[in-house]
Design a protein around this ligand. Structure first.
Ligand code: ADP
Ligand code: ZN
Ligand code: ZN
Length: 732
């Protein structure tokens, strides 16, 4: 909520500062978002006042109270961030408070995570003279501590299999120091950081970098997989730091692996901050403040890092800019890529959007509208060629044998061949919009969640059917609940079944399976990849998780199973675009080293343009065809699209509210309104859902119509919740 406070005589208050203010009978912290000479409540007097943001629920006191104290000299928000958040609130049709919240990590907002003091072990080296002698074991321990250069007490104990008592004895003897110190909780600590030899840029990279450095608008860096985009990013960052300005690098959450992070850390050292959803609150708190204080000047993080409080933004990078993970999935539903472009423009910073398969929005901005510079890197570093792609028709394979096999014969042959040569294989199971379900072979009924209109998903590990929306679970029934037929079983296949089938076909192959189930422990993702890199396995089998950002020189074969699973358009009119991106990204994993790569794509729709053109590695033809189609259908990027969802427990009430709103939208000029309909996901966690799709030439037009038809204050009531999603990505 926004409140107005008076600035007392003698106090200096700046925009963005956190201040302590009286609120009802207590004191609370708030953020100053604007200063004004006048107060809205006492227009005749003219005290200096500050309008601020206080995270509170209600206000009824209109007397203007005074700010008690400035909590921290250094502002939490720069004026430009506040300007950005005002833009965001308007564009996405949300309240300013919500926009402000998204720019401040909960760990910072709650003030719960404080600076931390922990015990650190430091070896004395060289040793002072005349120390008491040590036993052989103590001497050995001391040498080990010197070797690892000490560290956190707990970590040293774990690494050297010793106890705090033993270390304290060493400390008492004067060989090491063991004391409490304030340390920043750094997510990079304890990570092995490779040496940072800077490679000579290839001609293609140099050309791209030069174009980026002189560009006067955002650059779309269209570089095939393996063209060395990251090196170009790093040179642009180095240049930015030299100019005394800071850089933000956005990467998709899923590719924010230690591998990515350590590449940046190796080059820029302590000046790198990582903002990561897997960080502890403490780590996030410390990293955020390190950025705010200017101690970290290169920020690497997922979408929320677009708001990182760097002081002088000079460069904004959005890697894999097409990734749908940049869309925030709760209100405000901003696209971090679009916010990045707006922020960079407002702060006069350079901006790079990088991808091998740009979103059609960005492609059109570059090719047709001239809003972006198009910078191309069509060649791979070291001249390795893009892999050859073979499309395997599974309909055909099914006719040859009994039912649809998991693996077609050519893929099995290719795998055998790689195993013989000691080369590695990646198998990718497309799981988007898909999960193994239980289905009746007699009446085709699938087991549904009782509370949600979603199919239950089968999990082998504990033999359960689970609803991924509400968490409900049950044992799989032995007979069809609808017709009683016993011919009732698992339908489709997941990674676990693929793994079992692989063992049967290739008994000697060493397999690493990577999916959400096998990587729930915090570091196990990295550990599995490290093992594969160290050639401890022949086959890496996984889901979307392994689709991007990984670089394995010894992988010469990539198999894509069920490539067409993501072609289902129910929830996503960009389904074809995603399928293309997926195949292109996954293929990019093959033949990254000196060995040539091969890709096999198994599909039931070999002639679908997304599959045909992905196999031909022809992004431009795909973009042309798909853009034409979108234009004919008046869909994005030619029109702006918004999805308004009505949610409530009373089905009739939800439907009539949606229908009434649709009628009022129809009266708005310049707005294309689809009839109100049940959402594809009609029921979720016992609540009914209806939606209206809106299209217009500008997002402004849509936001204005939404503000008019559904004023923000009326969107949440006891009975009904209305969500507005501008530039909607998933229409579920
Ligand atoms: P992209 O992100 O475009 O797919 P990467 O940035 O991952 O490509 O680069 C692919 C590989 O090429 C990486 O192993 C990287 O270390 C290497 N590389 C990049 N630039 C150079 C260069 N100029 N000289 C040598 N190796 C390079
Ligand atoms: Zn049945
Ligand atoms: Zn459910």
């Amino acid at each position: 909520m926004l409140f107005t406070y008076r600035i007392p005589e003698g106090m200096t208050v700046r925009v963005g500062q956190r201040v302590s203010v009286p609120w009802q009978r207590i004191y609370r912290l708030g953020y100053v978002i604007s200063l004004s000479e006048t107060s809205p409540y006492q227009p005749t007097r003219k005290p200096k006042s500050a309008q601020g943001e206080l995270f509170a629920d209600s206000v009824d006191d209109l007397r203007v109270k005074a700010i008690t104290a400035v909590d921290d000299e250094l502002p939490y928000f720069s004026e430009s961030i506040i300007r950005l958040l005002r833009w965001l609130a308007d564009y996405y049709s949300v309240g300013f408070t919500l926009a402000l919240r998204s720019a401040l990590p909960a760990a910072v907002r709650s003030n719960g995570a404080k600076d931390r003091e922990i015990y650190m072990v430091t070896p004395l080296n060289p040793l002072p003279p005349k120390l008491p002698p040590l036993t052989a074991r103590q001497r050995h321990l001391y040498e080990e501590i010197v070797r690892i250069d000490g560290g956190r007490l707990t970590q040293v104990c774990e690494e050297l299999s010793t106890t705090p008592q033993t270390l304290k004895k060493l400390a008492a003897a004067g060989y090491i120091r063991c004391e409490r110190t304030v340390v920043a909780r750094s997510p990079l600590k304890g990570r092995f950081i490779q040496s940072a030899v800077m490679p000579q840029l290839t001609a293609g990279q140099q050309r791209a970098l030069d174009e980026i450095l002189v560009a006067d608008k955002p650059c779309l860096l269209f570089g095939v997989t393996g063209s060395g985009k990251t090196e170009v990013y790093m040179r642009a960052i180095a240049k930015t730091l030299e100019e005394g300005r800071d850089a933000i690098v956005l990467v998709p959450e899923i590719s924010l692996t230690p591998q990515t992070v350590s590449r940046f850390a190796a080059r820029f050292g302590k000046t790198v901050a990582v903002l990561h959803s897997a960080l502890s609150d403490g780590e996030r708190h410390d990293e955020w403040h390190r950025i705010r204080r200017g101690e970290a000047r290169v920020v690497v993080g997922p979408r929320s890092a677009v708001f990182a409080p760097v002081q002088r933004l000079g460069l904004m990078i959005v890697d894999e800019e097409h990734d749908s993970g940049y869309k925030q999935d709760e209100s405000p539903r901003y696209s971090a890529r679009d916010v990045a472009v707006v922020r960079a423009t407002m702060e006069k910073a350079r901006c790079i959007l990088g991808s091998a398969t740009p979103s059609l929005e960005s492609w059109r901005n570059a090719m047709e509208l001239g809003k972006y510079c198009l910078v191309r890197m069509p060649e791979r570093v070291g001249g390795s060629v893009l892999p050859t792609v073979t499309v395997l028709d599974m309909q055909q394979a099914a006719h040859d044998g009994r039912g649809v096999p998991i693996f077609s014969a050519p893929l099995i042959d290719a795998m055998r061949n790689r195993l013989e040569r000691g080369e590695q294989i990646i198998l990718f199971l497309n799981r988007r919009g898909y999960a193994p379900t239980y289905q009746c072979n007699h009446c085709q009924t699938a087991v549904m969640c009782e509370k949600c209109s979603a199919k239950m998903t089968y999990h082998v590990k504990d033999d359960t059917l689970r609803c991924h929306l509400c968490g409900a679970w049950m044992r799989p029934p032995t007979r069809c609940p609808s017709c009683g037929s016993p011919d009732f079983n698992r339908f489709g296949f997941g990674t676990q079944r693929v793994e079992t089938a692989l063992h049967a076909i290739l008994p000697t192959a060493r397999i690493i399976r990577m999916d959400a189930d096998s990587t729930s422990r915090r570091h196990s993702h990295d550990e599995l990849l490290a093992a594969f890199r160290a050639k401890e396995a022949d086959i890496l089998l996984g889901t979307q998780m392994i689709a991007k950002g990984l670089d394995f020189p010894n992988v010469t074969l990539v198999g894509i199973l069920a490539a067409d699973r993501s072609l289902d358009m129910t929830y996503d009119f960009r389904a074809a675009e995603r399928t293309f991106q997926l195949i292109a990204q996954v293929s990019g994993r093959a033949g990254r080293g000196t060995l040539p790569g091969e890709v096999y794509v198994q599909t039931f729709q070999p002639d679908h343009p997304a599959i045909r053109l992905a196999a031909a590695c022809d992004y431009e033809a795909f973009a042309r065809e798909t853009l034409q189609q979108r234009q004919d259908e008046e869909m994005p990027p030619f029109k702006k699209l918004a999805c308004v969802t009505f949610i409530g427990s009373d089905a009739g009430q939800v439907a009539s509210a949606a229908e009434a709103a649709a009628k009022r939208f129809s009266a708005c000029r310049g707005l294309m309104v689809m009839p109100a309909m049940p959402a594809p996901l009609e029921k979720k966690e016992t609540l009914w859902r209806w939606q209206i799709l809106l299209r217009a030439d500008s997002a402004k037009g849509i936001a204005a119509a939404c503000d008019h038809v559904l004023p923000k204050q009326q969107r949440v009531t006891d009975k009904l919740r209305i969500l507005v999603d501008i530039d909607a990505v998933f229409l579920a």
